[in-house]
Design a protein. Structure first.
Ligand code: XMP
Length: 536
Protein backbone atom coordinates (compact mmCIF):
# COMPACT_ATOMS: atom_id res chain seq x y z
CA UNK A 1 0.00 0.00 0.00
CA UNK A 2 1.40 3.40 -1.00
CA UNK A 3 2.12 5.73 1.89
CA UNK A 4 3.20 9.28 2.57
CA UNK A 5 5.70 9.71 5.39
CA UNK A 6 5.25 12.74 7.60
CA UNK A 7 8.22 13.93 9.63
CA UNK A 8 6.82 15.37 12.84
CA UNK A 9 8.72 18.36 14.17
CA UNK A 10 6.12 19.09 16.85
CA UNK A 11 3.52 21.31 15.20
CA UNK A 12 0.07 21.16 16.79
CA UNK A 13 -1.30 20.47 13.30
CA UNK A 14 1.06 17.69 12.17
CA UNK A 15 -1.57 15.03 12.61
CA UNK A 16 -4.04 17.08 10.57
CA UNK A 17 -1.74 16.62 7.57
CA UNK A 18 -2.01 12.86 8.03
CA UNK A 19 -5.72 13.03 8.51
CA UNK A 20 -6.35 15.05 5.34
CA UNK A 21 -4.31 12.67 3.21
CA UNK A 22 -5.94 9.59 4.70
CA UNK A 23 -9.29 11.15 3.88
CA UNK A 24 -8.10 11.02 0.28
CA UNK A 25 -7.63 7.24 0.67
CA UNK A 26 -3.85 7.21 1.05
CA UNK A 27 -2.10 5.78 4.13
CA UNK A 28 0.09 8.18 6.09
CA UNK A 29 2.70 7.43 8.71
CA UNK A 30 3.84 10.10 11.14
CA UNK A 31 7.35 9.57 12.46
CA UNK A 32 9.64 11.69 14.67
CA UNK A 33 11.34 14.43 12.66
CA UNK A 34 14.80 13.06 13.40
CA UNK A 35 14.01 9.37 12.64
CA UNK A 36 16.46 7.17 10.81
CA UNK A 37 14.92 7.20 7.34
CA UNK A 38 16.13 3.77 6.27
CA UNK A 39 13.79 2.06 8.77
CA UNK A 40 10.78 3.73 7.17
CA UNK A 41 11.45 3.53 3.46
CA UNK A 42 12.91 0.02 3.38
CA UNK A 43 9.61 -1.60 2.34
CA UNK A 44 9.39 0.61 -0.75
CA UNK A 45 5.89 1.82 0.13
CA UNK A 46 6.79 5.46 0.79
CA UNK A 47 6.01 7.65 -2.21
CA UNK A 48 6.80 11.05 -0.70
CA UNK A 49 7.84 12.85 2.48
CA UNK A 50 6.20 15.82 4.15
CA UNK A 51 8.17 17.89 6.67
CA UNK A 52 5.78 19.30 9.27
CA UNK A 53 5.71 22.61 11.12
CA UNK A 54 7.22 23.11 14.58
CA UNK A 55 7.10 25.52 17.51
CA UNK A 56 10.91 25.78 17.27
CA UNK A 57 13.34 27.68 15.04
CA UNK A 58 15.79 25.97 12.69
CA UNK A 59 18.69 28.13 13.91
CA UNK A 60 18.36 27.01 17.57
CA UNK A 61 19.38 23.65 18.98
CA UNK A 62 15.75 22.95 19.96
CA UNK A 63 14.56 22.25 16.41
CA UNK A 64 14.89 18.59 15.39
CA UNK A 65 17.15 17.90 12.42
CA UNK A 66 15.99 15.33 9.85
CA UNK A 67 18.09 12.46 8.61
CA UNK A 68 20.22 13.88 5.78
CA UNK A 69 19.08 10.95 3.63
CA UNK A 70 15.71 12.61 3.01
CA UNK A 71 17.58 14.90 0.61
CA UNK A 72 19.35 12.01 -1.09
CA UNK A 73 16.65 9.32 -1.36
CA UNK A 74 15.01 10.81 -4.43
CA UNK A 75 11.50 10.90 -2.93
CA UNK A 76 9.42 14.04 -3.47
CA UNK A 77 9.48 16.45 -0.51
CA UNK A 78 6.93 18.97 0.72
CA UNK A 79 8.06 21.34 3.48
CA UNK A 80 5.32 23.01 5.50
CA UNK A 81 6.22 26.10 7.58
CA UNK A 82 9.18 24.91 9.73
CA UNK A 83 9.48 22.06 7.22
CA UNK A 84 10.14 24.59 4.45
CA UNK A 85 12.54 26.52 6.69
CA UNK A 86 14.29 23.25 7.51
CA UNK A 87 14.74 22.38 3.81
CA UNK A 88 16.03 25.89 3.15
CA UNK A 89 18.42 25.95 6.11
CA UNK A 90 19.73 22.41 5.50
CA UNK A 91 20.48 23.19 1.86
CA UNK A 92 22.29 26.50 2.19
CA UNK A 93 19.54 29.12 2.49
CA UNK A 94 18.92 31.60 5.28
CA UNK A 95 16.10 31.68 7.87
CA UNK A 96 15.65 34.63 10.24
CA UNK A 97 13.07 35.92 12.72
CA UNK A 98 10.28 38.09 11.33
CA UNK A 99 9.92 41.60 12.75
CA UNK A 100 6.38 40.58 13.69
CA UNK A 101 4.87 37.09 13.79
CA UNK A 102 2.52 36.28 10.88
CA UNK A 103 -0.57 34.63 12.30
CA UNK A 104 -4.02 33.63 11.00
CA UNK A 105 -5.62 34.27 7.60
CA UNK A 106 -3.11 35.91 5.24
CA UNK A 107 -3.32 36.59 1.53
CA UNK A 108 -0.82 34.83 -0.73
CA UNK A 109 -0.10 36.11 -4.25
CA UNK A 110 0.95 33.52 -6.84
CA UNK A 111 3.31 34.36 -9.65
CA UNK A 112 3.82 31.38 -11.97
CA UNK A 113 5.81 31.36 -15.21
CA UNK A 114 4.07 30.26 -18.44
CA UNK A 115 3.02 26.58 -18.43
CA UNK A 116 6.02 25.38 -20.42
CA UNK A 117 8.45 27.11 -18.02
CA UNK A 118 7.07 25.62 -14.78
CA UNK A 119 9.97 23.96 -12.92
CA UNK A 120 10.25 20.26 -12.17
CA UNK A 121 8.73 18.86 -15.38
CA UNK A 122 5.50 16.85 -15.08
CA UNK A 123 5.67 16.73 -11.29
CA UNK A 124 6.07 20.48 -11.01
CA UNK A 125 3.19 20.99 -13.42
CA UNK A 126 1.01 18.62 -11.35
CA UNK A 127 1.84 20.49 -8.13
CA UNK A 128 1.20 23.92 -9.52
CA UNK A 129 -2.18 22.87 -10.93
CA UNK A 130 -3.43 23.44 -7.37
CA UNK A 131 -2.50 27.12 -7.66
CA UNK A 132 -4.87 28.08 -10.42
CA UNK A 133 -5.79 31.38 -8.77
CA UNK A 134 -3.63 34.48 -8.70
CA UNK A 135 -4.29 34.96 -5.00
CA UNK A 136 -5.99 33.14 -2.13
CA UNK A 137 -6.26 33.27 1.64
CA UNK A 138 -3.82 30.95 3.38
CA UNK A 139 -3.48 30.15 7.09
CA UNK A 140 -0.17 31.15 8.63
CA UNK A 141 1.48 30.73 12.01
CA UNK A 142 5.18 31.54 11.98
CA UNK A 143 7.75 33.80 13.62
CA UNK A 144 10.61 33.03 11.21
CA UNK A 145 10.91 33.51 7.47
CA UNK A 146 13.19 32.62 4.57
CA UNK A 147 15.48 35.58 3.91
CA UNK A 148 17.54 33.78 1.27
CA UNK A 149 16.36 30.74 -0.72
CA UNK A 150 18.62 27.70 -0.87
CA UNK A 151 20.45 27.26 -4.22
CA UNK A 152 18.21 25.72 -6.88
CA UNK A 153 14.96 27.02 -5.31
CA UNK A 154 12.68 29.69 -6.79
CA UNK A 155 9.86 31.70 -5.24
CA UNK A 156 6.39 31.35 -6.79
CA UNK A 157 4.18 32.78 -4.06
CA UNK A 158 4.50 35.76 -1.73
CA UNK A 159 2.63 36.58 1.46
CA UNK A 160 1.08 40.03 2.06
CA UNK A 161 4.11 40.93 4.15
CA UNK A 162 6.34 40.35 1.11
CA UNK A 163 8.05 37.17 2.37
CA UNK A 164 8.23 33.87 0.45
CA UNK A 165 5.09 31.73 0.78
CA UNK A 166 5.51 29.14 -2.01
CA UNK A 167 8.84 27.87 -3.32
CA UNK A 168 9.94 24.97 -5.50
CA UNK A 169 13.21 23.46 -6.61
CA UNK A 170 13.98 23.95 -10.27
CA UNK A 171 15.02 20.38 -11.00
CA UNK A 172 14.09 18.19 -7.98
CA UNK A 173 10.51 17.37 -6.85
CA UNK A 174 10.89 19.54 -3.74
CA UNK A 175 8.21 22.04 -2.76
CA UNK A 176 7.75 24.35 0.20
CA UNK A 177 4.87 26.30 1.72
CA UNK A 178 5.18 28.89 4.46
CA UNK A 179 1.47 28.36 5.30
CA UNK A 180 -0.51 25.35 6.56
CA UNK A 181 -2.56 23.66 3.81
CA UNK A 182 -3.78 21.08 6.36
CA UNK A 183 -5.84 23.63 8.30
CA UNK A 184 -9.44 23.75 7.06
CA UNK A 185 -9.44 27.57 6.96
CA UNK A 186 -6.63 27.52 4.39
CA UNK A 187 -8.04 28.07 0.89
CA UNK A 188 -6.59 25.72 -1.76
CA UNK A 189 -5.23 23.57 1.11
CA UNK A 190 -7.01 20.37 0.06
CA UNK A 191 -6.06 20.87 -3.60
CA UNK A 192 -2.40 21.46 -2.70
CA UNK A 193 -2.11 18.33 -0.53
CA UNK A 194 -3.97 16.32 -3.14
CA UNK A 195 -1.71 17.62 -5.94
CA UNK A 196 1.35 16.60 -3.92
CA UNK A 197 -0.03 13.17 -2.97
CA UNK A 198 -1.40 12.09 -6.35
CA UNK A 199 0.16 14.43 -8.91
CA UNK A 200 3.71 14.64 -7.58
CA UNK A 201 4.07 11.38 -5.60
CA UNK A 202 1.81 9.29 -7.84
CA UNK A 203 0.10 7.57 -4.87
CA UNK A 204 -2.70 5.08 -5.48
CA UNK A 205 -5.62 4.91 -3.05
CA UNK A 206 -5.38 1.90 -0.74
CA UNK A 207 -6.31 2.96 2.80
CA UNK A 208 -9.68 1.76 4.11
CA UNK A 209 -11.14 0.98 7.51
CA UNK A 210 -12.05 -2.61 6.52
CA UNK A 211 -8.42 -3.28 5.74
CA UNK A 212 -7.33 -1.63 9.00
CA UNK A 213 -9.64 -3.89 11.05
CA UNK A 214 -8.22 -7.00 9.46
CA UNK A 215 -4.63 -5.90 10.11
CA UNK A 216 -5.26 -4.84 13.73
CA UNK A 217 -7.17 -8.01 14.57
CA UNK A 218 -4.46 -10.25 13.17
CA UNK A 219 -1.78 -8.37 15.08
CA UNK A 220 -3.84 -8.43 18.32
CA UNK A 221 -4.29 -12.19 18.14
CA UNK A 222 -0.62 -12.69 17.42
CA UNK A 223 0.56 -10.48 20.29
CA UNK A 224 -1.94 -11.36 22.99
CA UNK A 225 -2.30 -15.08 22.47
CA UNK A 226 -4.24 -16.56 25.39
CA UNK A 227 -3.18 -13.90 27.92
CA UNK A 228 -5.72 -11.71 29.67
CA UNK A 229 -6.19 -8.08 28.59
CA UNK A 230 -7.33 -5.28 30.83
CA UNK A 231 -8.95 -2.31 29.12
CA UNK A 232 -9.45 0.95 30.98
CA UNK A 233 -12.86 2.24 29.97
CA UNK A 234 -13.90 5.89 30.20
CA UNK A 235 -17.32 5.49 28.60
CA UNK A 236 -16.44 7.62 25.60
CA UNK A 237 -16.31 6.63 21.95
CA UNK A 238 -12.63 5.71 21.97
CA UNK A 239 -12.47 3.25 24.83
CA UNK A 240 -15.82 1.70 23.86
CA UNK A 241 -14.64 1.12 20.29
CA UNK A 242 -11.35 -0.27 21.63
CA UNK A 243 -13.45 -2.58 23.84
CA UNK A 244 -15.55 -3.68 20.86
CA UNK A 245 -12.39 -4.43 18.89
CA UNK A 246 -11.00 -6.57 21.73
CA UNK A 247 -14.28 -8.36 22.35
CA UNK A 248 -14.73 -9.15 18.66
CA UNK A 249 -11.15 -10.34 18.26
CA UNK A 250 -10.35 -12.24 21.47
CA UNK A 251 -12.32 -14.60 23.69
CA UNK A 252 -14.65 -12.53 25.93
CA UNK A 253 -13.22 -14.43 28.92
CA UNK A 254 -9.81 -12.90 28.23
CA UNK A 255 -11.11 -9.34 28.22
CA UNK A 256 -11.39 -7.42 31.52
CA UNK A 257 -13.02 -4.00 31.39
CA UNK A 258 -12.38 -1.56 34.23
CA UNK A 259 -14.39 1.62 34.67
CA UNK A 260 -14.14 4.17 37.48
CA UNK A 261 -17.14 6.11 38.61
CA UNK A 262 -15.32 9.24 39.76
CA UNK A 263 -18.41 11.28 40.47
CA UNK A 264 -17.14 13.64 37.76
CA UNK A 265 -19.02 11.90 34.96
CA UNK A 266 -22.06 12.90 32.94
CA UNK A 267 -25.61 12.04 34.02
CA UNK A 268 -26.34 8.28 34.20
CA UNK A 269 -22.89 7.51 32.80
CA UNK A 270 -22.25 4.32 34.78
CA UNK A 271 -25.58 2.87 33.72
CA UNK A 272 -24.96 3.72 30.06
CA UNK A 273 -21.42 2.30 30.10
CA UNK A 274 -22.57 -0.96 31.69
CA UNK A 275 -25.39 -1.44 29.18
CA UNK A 276 -23.16 -0.73 26.19
CA UNK A 277 -20.37 -3.06 27.23
CA UNK A 278 -22.77 -5.86 28.02
CA UNK A 279 -24.37 -5.41 24.60
CA UNK A 280 -20.94 -5.81 23.03
CA UNK A 281 -20.46 -9.11 24.81
CA UNK A 282 -18.36 -7.92 27.77
CA UNK A 283 -18.31 -10.56 30.54
CA UNK A 284 -15.82 -9.21 33.07
CA UNK A 285 -16.92 -5.70 33.92
CA UNK A 286 -15.21 -4.10 36.92
CA UNK A 287 -17.03 -0.94 37.99
CA UNK A 288 -15.10 0.93 40.69
CA UNK A 289 -17.14 3.36 42.79
CA UNK A 290 -14.73 6.05 43.92
CA UNK A 291 -16.75 9.26 43.90
CA UNK A 292 -15.87 10.19 47.51
CA UNK A 293 -12.17 9.66 46.98
CA UNK A 294 -12.10 12.03 44.00
CA UNK A 295 -14.20 14.74 45.62
CA UNK A 296 -12.05 14.56 48.77
CA UNK A 297 -8.84 14.88 46.77
CA UNK A 298 -10.21 17.90 44.89
CA UNK A 299 -11.37 19.73 48.02
CA UNK A 300 -10.30 23.39 47.96
CA UNK A 301 -8.27 23.10 44.73
CA UNK A 302 -8.73 25.80 42.10
CA UNK A 303 -5.67 25.82 39.83
CA UNK A 304 -6.50 23.91 36.59
CA UNK A 305 -3.21 22.02 36.19
CA UNK A 306 -3.20 21.10 39.91
CA UNK A 307 -6.72 19.72 39.56
CA UNK A 308 -5.68 17.75 36.48
CA UNK A 309 -2.60 16.40 38.25
CA UNK A 310 -4.47 15.37 41.39
CA UNK A 311 -7.11 13.59 39.34
CA UNK A 312 -4.47 11.90 37.18
CA UNK A 313 -2.52 10.73 40.23
CA UNK A 314 -5.62 9.41 41.95
CA UNK A 315 -6.65 7.52 38.82
CA UNK A 316 -3.27 5.80 38.97
CA UNK A 317 -3.46 5.02 42.70
CA UNK A 318 -6.94 3.55 42.45
CA UNK A 319 -6.12 1.69 39.25
CA UNK A 320 -3.12 0.02 40.88
CA UNK A 321 -5.06 -0.84 44.01
CA UNK A 322 -7.96 -2.33 42.05
CA UNK A 323 -5.63 -4.23 39.76
CA UNK A 324 -4.02 -5.89 42.74
CA UNK A 325 -7.46 -6.78 43.98
CA UNK A 326 -8.28 -8.29 40.60
CA UNK A 327 -5.21 -10.54 40.79
CA UNK A 328 -4.51 -10.89 37.06
CA UNK A 329 -1.33 -12.82 36.21
CA UNK A 330 1.83 -10.71 35.52
CA UNK A 331 1.54 -11.58 31.85
CA UNK A 332 -1.61 -9.52 31.31
CA UNK A 333 -1.73 -6.84 28.61
CA UNK A 334 -2.93 -3.34 29.38
CA UNK A 335 -5.14 -1.77 26.71
CA UNK A 336 -6.11 1.88 26.27
CA UNK A 337 -8.29 3.71 23.76
CA UNK A 338 -5.61 6.35 23.13
CA UNK A 339 -5.84 8.31 19.89
CA UNK A 340 -3.06 10.15 18.17
CA UNK A 341 -4.62 13.48 19.17
CA UNK A 342 -4.41 12.49 22.86
CA UNK A 343 -0.69 11.98 22.45
CA UNK A 344 0.05 15.22 20.68
CA UNK A 345 -2.02 17.47 22.97
CA UNK A 346 -0.02 16.14 25.89
CA UNK A 347 3.29 16.99 24.26
CA UNK A 348 3.84 13.30 23.71
CA UNK A 349 3.36 13.36 19.95
CA UNK A 350 5.63 11.08 18.01
CA UNK A 351 8.22 13.82 17.53
CA UNK A 352 8.15 14.72 21.27
CA UNK A 353 8.54 18.38 20.32
CA UNK A 354 4.99 19.64 20.76
CA UNK A 355 4.46 22.13 23.59
CA UNK A 356 2.28 20.99 26.49
CA UNK A 357 -1.02 22.86 26.44
CA UNK A 358 -2.83 20.67 28.95
CA UNK A 359 -1.71 17.47 30.58
CA UNK A 360 -3.97 14.59 29.65
CA UNK A 361 -3.74 12.11 32.46
CA UNK A 362 -4.81 9.18 30.34
CA UNK A 363 -1.62 9.23 28.29
CA UNK A 364 1.09 8.23 30.74
CA UNK A 365 1.34 6.68 34.21
CA UNK A 366 3.93 4.50 35.97
CA UNK A 367 1.76 1.48 35.23
CA UNK A 368 1.40 2.39 31.55
CA UNK A 369 5.14 3.14 31.33
CA UNK A 370 6.06 -0.17 32.97
CA UNK A 371 3.72 -2.10 30.71
CA UNK A 372 5.06 -0.23 27.68
CA UNK A 373 8.61 -1.13 28.67
CA UNK A 374 7.59 -4.76 29.05
CA UNK A 375 6.04 -4.64 25.55
CA UNK A 376 2.60 -5.29 27.05
CA UNK A 377 0.62 -2.22 26.17
CA UNK A 378 -2.10 -2.30 23.53
CA UNK A 379 -3.35 0.90 21.95
CA UNK A 380 -5.30 -0.31 18.91
CA UNK A 381 -6.53 3.19 18.01
CA UNK A 382 -3.27 5.10 18.43
CA UNK A 383 -2.93 5.76 14.73
CA UNK A 384 -6.51 6.79 14.18
CA UNK A 385 -8.29 10.12 14.21
CA UNK A 386 -11.64 10.61 15.89
CA UNK A 387 -13.69 10.32 12.72
CA UNK A 388 -11.87 7.14 11.77
CA UNK A 389 -12.64 5.68 15.22
CA UNK A 390 -16.32 6.45 14.62
CA UNK A 391 -16.20 4.68 11.24
CA UNK A 392 -14.48 1.73 12.92
CA UNK A 393 -17.14 1.66 15.66
CA UNK A 394 -19.89 1.49 13.05
CA UNK A 395 -18.19 -1.40 11.27
CA UNK A 396 -17.95 -3.21 14.64
CA UNK A 397 -21.68 -2.58 15.30
CA UNK A 398 -21.14 -0.32 18.30
CA UNK A 399 -24.41 1.46 19.19
CA UNK A 400 -24.98 4.59 17.08
CA UNK A 401 -25.58 6.57 20.29
CA UNK A 402 -22.03 5.78 21.43
CA UNK A 403 -20.44 6.24 18.03
CA UNK A 404 -21.84 9.75 17.61
CA UNK A 405 -21.13 10.74 21.20
CA UNK A 406 -19.18 13.96 21.67
CA UNK A 407 -15.72 13.70 23.25
CA UNK A 408 -15.50 14.00 27.02
CA UNK A 409 -12.26 14.85 28.84
CA UNK A 410 -10.64 12.37 31.22
CA UNK A 411 -10.81 14.72 34.24
CA UNK A 412 -14.55 15.03 33.56
CA UNK A 413 -16.68 17.74 35.10
CA UNK A 414 -13.76 18.91 37.26
CA UNK A 415 -12.41 20.89 34.28
CA UNK A 416 -15.89 22.23 33.55
CA UNK A 417 -16.28 23.68 37.04
CA UNK A 418 -13.66 26.43 37.16
CA UNK A 419 -12.64 26.93 40.78
CA UNK A 420 -13.60 24.63 43.62
CA UNK A 421 -15.36 21.37 42.74
CA UNK A 422 -18.08 20.05 45.05
CA UNK A 423 -20.67 17.31 44.75
CA UNK A 424 -23.42 19.91 44.79
CA UNK A 425 -21.85 21.73 41.83
CA UNK A 426 -21.32 18.47 39.95
CA UNK A 427 -25.00 17.63 40.37
CA UNK A 428 -26.11 21.06 39.15
CA UNK A 429 -23.80 20.88 36.14
CA UNK A 430 -24.78 17.28 35.31
CA UNK A 431 -28.44 18.23 35.14
CA UNK A 432 -27.90 21.42 33.11
CA UNK A 433 -25.53 19.65 30.73
CA UNK A 434 -28.03 16.84 30.22
CA UNK A 435 -30.80 19.30 29.27
CA UNK A 436 -28.49 21.13 26.84
CA UNK A 437 -27.33 17.92 25.12
CA UNK A 438 -30.83 16.43 25.07
CA UNK A 439 -32.15 19.56 23.35
CA UNK A 440 -29.39 19.42 20.74
CA UNK A 441 -30.44 15.88 19.90
CA UNK A 442 -34.08 16.96 19.52
CA UNK A 443 -33.42 20.00 17.34
CA UNK A 444 -32.61 19.81 13.62
CA UNK A 445 -30.93 22.04 11.06
CA UNK A 446 -32.43 22.78 7.65
CA UNK A 447 -30.72 19.68 6.21
CA UNK A 448 -32.59 17.47 8.67
CA UNK A 449 -29.48 16.71 10.70
CA UNK A 450 -29.68 17.00 14.48
CA UNK A 451 -27.78 19.93 15.97
CA UNK A 452 -25.96 17.38 18.16
CA UNK A 453 -24.56 15.67 15.04
CA UNK A 454 -23.75 18.95 13.33
CA UNK A 455 -21.84 20.15 16.40
CA UNK A 456 -18.48 18.47 17.09
CA UNK A 457 -18.58 18.97 20.84
CA UNK A 458 -21.02 20.67 23.17
CA UNK A 459 -21.21 20.93 26.93
CA UNK A 460 -22.05 23.23 29.80
CA UNK A 461 -19.61 24.88 32.18
CA UNK A 462 -20.60 25.94 35.69
CA UNK A 463 -18.91 29.26 36.38
CA UNK A 464 -17.71 30.18 39.88
CA UNK A 465 -19.96 33.25 39.78
CA UNK A 466 -23.40 33.91 41.12
CA UNK A 467 -25.62 36.64 39.77
CA UNK A 468 -28.80 38.34 40.86
CA UNK A 469 -32.09 37.50 39.20
CA UNK A 470 -35.77 37.40 39.89
CA UNK A 471 -38.00 34.34 40.09
CA UNK A 472 -41.72 34.77 40.83
CA UNK A 473 -41.18 38.27 42.29
CA UNK A 474 -38.50 36.93 44.61
CA UNK A 475 -34.82 37.81 44.43
CA UNK A 476 -32.75 34.87 43.18
CA UNK A 477 -28.98 34.55 43.55
CA UNK A 478 -28.12 31.74 41.15
CA UNK A 479 -25.03 30.32 39.47
CA UNK A 480 -23.99 31.39 35.98
CA UNK A 481 -23.79 28.65 33.37
CA UNK A 482 -21.82 28.93 30.14
CA UNK A 483 -22.80 26.85 27.13
CA UNK A 484 -20.05 25.77 24.73
CA UNK A 485 -20.68 24.34 21.26
CA UNK A 486 -18.01 24.10 18.60
CA UNK A 487 -17.47 22.74 15.13
CA UNK A 488 -14.15 21.16 14.40
CA UNK A 489 -12.42 18.51 12.31
CA UNK A 490 -10.64 16.88 15.25
CA UNK A 491 -10.50 19.20 18.23
CA UNK A 492 -7.13 20.70 17.28
CA UNK A 493 -8.75 23.90 16.09
CA UNK A 494 -12.38 24.86 16.65
CA UNK A 495 -15.00 27.37 15.52
CA UNK A 496 -17.94 28.53 17.56
CA UNK A 497 -21.19 26.90 16.43
CA UNK A 498 -23.44 29.63 14.99
CA UNK A 499 -26.73 28.78 16.72
CA UNK A 500 -30.02 30.21 15.56
CA UNK A 501 -30.87 32.71 18.29
CA UNK A 502 -34.24 31.01 18.83
CA UNK A 503 -32.56 27.71 19.77
CA UNK A 504 -30.24 29.40 22.24
CA UNK A 505 -33.01 31.39 23.87
CA UNK A 506 -35.26 28.35 24.25
CA UNK A 507 -32.47 26.19 25.65
CA UNK A 508 -31.51 28.92 28.10
CA UNK A 509 -35.10 29.24 29.33
CA UNK A 510 -35.44 25.50 29.69
CA UNK A 511 -32.29 25.31 31.80
CA UNK A 512 -33.14 28.20 34.12
CA UNK A 513 -36.70 26.86 34.51
CA UNK A 514 -35.56 23.31 35.29
CA UNK A 515 -32.36 23.74 37.30
CA UNK A 516 -33.27 26.01 40.17
CA UNK A 517 -29.72 26.85 41.19
CA UNK A 518 -28.88 28.35 37.81
CA UNK A 519 -29.88 31.98 37.43
CA UNK A 520 -28.27 32.97 34.18
CA UNK A 521 -26.99 31.33 30.99
CA UNK A 522 -24.30 32.67 28.66
CA UNK A 523 -22.87 31.39 25.36
CA UNK A 524 -19.11 31.06 24.93
CA UNK A 525 -18.14 32.68 21.60
CA UNK A 526 -14.39 31.99 21.57
CA UNK A 527 -12.72 29.90 18.89
CA UNK A 528 -9.65 27.70 19.37
CA UNK A 529 -7.12 29.23 19.16
CA UNK A 530 -6.89 31.49 21.09
CA UNK A 531 -9.18 29.70 23.60
CA UNK A 532 -9.09 25.94 24.10
CA UNK A 533 -12.25 23.84 23.91
CA UNK A 534 -12.45 23.01 27.61
CA UNK A 535 -12.26 25.88 30.07
CA UNK A 536 -9.48 24.35 32.15
P1 XMP B 1 -8.82 21.41 24.60
O1 XMP B 1 -9.56 21.88 25.79
O2 XMP B 1 -7.38 21.09 24.88
O3 XMP B 1 -9.48 20.02 24.21
O4 XMP B 1 -8.98 22.31 23.40
C1 XMP B 1 -9.27 19.32 23.02
C2 XMP B 1 -10.10 18.06 23.08
O5 XMP B 1 -9.55 17.18 24.09
C3 XMP B 1 -10.50 16.92 25.10
N1 XMP B 1 -9.76 16.88 26.37
C4 XMP B 1 -9.33 15.75 26.96
N2 XMP B 1 -9.47 14.46 26.59
N3 XMP B 1 -8.28 13.78 28.52
C5 XMP B 1 -8.96 13.49 27.39
O6 XMP B 1 -9.12 12.32 27.07
C6 XMP B 1 -8.07 15.05 28.96
O7 XMP B 1 -7.45 15.30 29.98
C7 XMP B 1 -8.63 16.09 28.12
N4 XMP B 1 -8.65 17.44 28.20
C8 XMP B 1 -9.33 17.89 27.11
C9 XMP B 1 -11.51 18.04 25.01
O8 XMP B 1 -12.76 17.68 25.54
C10 XMP B 1 -11.53 18.30 23.52
O9 XMP B 1 -12.34 17.37 22.84
Amino acid sequence: MDKILILDFGSQTTQLIGRRIRDMGVYTEIIPGDSDLAAHIGDGAARGIILSGSPESVYTSEGAVPDRKIYECGLPLLGICYGLQRMTFDNGGLVEPLPEREYGAKEVKINLPPADKIPGGERGAAFFEAFNEKKFTAWMSHGDTLTKLAPGFKQYGTSVTGFPAVVAHETKPWFGLQFHPEVTHCERGFEILSAFTFGVCGCKKGWSMEQYIEEVRASLQRRVGKNPVLLLISGGVDSTVAGALLLKTLDADQVHLMYMDTGLMRKDETKIVTTNLEKLGGKHLHIIHCEDEFLDALKGLTEPETKRKVIGDLFITIQERELKRLGLPESYFLAQGTLYTDLIESGKGVGKKAHVIKSHHNVGSPLVDAKRKAGRIIEPLEKLYKDEVRALGRLLHVDEDVVRRHPFPGPGLAVRIPGVVTKEKCDILREADFIFIDELKKRFNDKGQSLYDEIWQAFAVLLPIRSVGVAGDVRKYGWVLALRAITSADGMTADVYPFNTKDLLEISTLITNSVKDIGRVTYDISSKPPATIEWE
